[in-house]
Design a protein. Sequence first.
Length: 415
Amino acid sequence: MRRPLQVSATVLAVAAVVLFLAIGPFGHSDSFAFGDVQKAIGATKSMTYRFVIINGDDDPIVIRAWRLGPDRSRFEGSDGEVQVVNVKDEAMMRVLRVNRTALIESLYPSPEFSKMMDDSFARFRNLPEKASRRIGEREYKGRKVIEFLVKLDDRDYTVTVDSQTKLPVRMEFATEKLAATGRRHRVLFTDFVFDSPLDESLFALTPPPGYRVERRPLPKSEAAARDDSSLVVSPETGIGSAQFGMTEEQIVQALGKPDRSGTTESTMPPQTRTGRFSKPQTYVSTELDYASRGFQLSVSSKFRIGQSEYPGYGLLSIRVFNQVDQVPTFRDFQGRTREGIRLGATPDDVLKVYGEPDSKMQNGSFRGLSYLKRGWSFEFRHGKLAAINVNSPYPADTLRSRRVYAKQSVPAVRK
């Protein structure tokens, strides 16, 4: 459940940020005082809105949002998930209707996240005038509005602004073929209400009656305060003294105990028609979550073919990240790649070091550079490196054979 939870929560959190990054930077116009628009939005104390995301023929994703000041937010998704972020209480809560669970996680003190929350009200002066173009005027629900075409992350958003209040009433991006997926894509923001009274209970971290509660406080260990600035990740080796191919026990010896860990199993049925294998195969993987240090590890524990069991391939993949990539229940990764690239680098920084990638991806504020043959995948958000995926280029059987060497060479972790 861990990864789906992260993805869903990230969608909700990022969507709120994307909205306010998008509606702010209008520039100036001779016939409309956009400086007044900026001041009007920046002066609001609360806001609610609704947004819909449509991908191809998939069911629309509908989310309702409430914001109170720069430190409290609430999102309710059409899938029944609720996310509440309360910076004042230094925690966030996810309510999952599908399994009637409320997950309450403590937040790391983060000036970056606090600034991001605050910028959702005040970040309206960052793009130049050429980023927007006036389309025209019309009537919308009985009031006069002015529409503008706003360029944001290579997407053209149509932003509709009330001519009297100088506040947005609608925002839309639509394309018949999204470059990243080749599918029809639409994002629509509506039902804006500014400065309406919002009850504090909307942002309370109180689980619904009858829900199972899971609490995840910040790790109270030396790991949370450890200086990892010299920690190196590399496809040729691994992360620090934890090498690709190591077992879970060897990794813990090298890096220390993770904050959390979980095991998952996936079974593939026989595929006699393709000739690949005639018996079901079950793969057992362990996720080692070092959230307090900004990285997660995936370990192949074992696998079964029919009734026969075989040892797994050990450490297979590494993901390092910062709080822009993950919600702020994680600490930023402080280390670097073997070549000196750290989180926060630009795409140009990575291209200068690694050259042209095998593939590129651009989707809104997200950009990806993949060097799959070499084991690297770099993820950028808003022009800054937010996460790195590292995979060993060695075949899995080679990794398993390296365990003996790894067991002999790994130093014990410092206590």
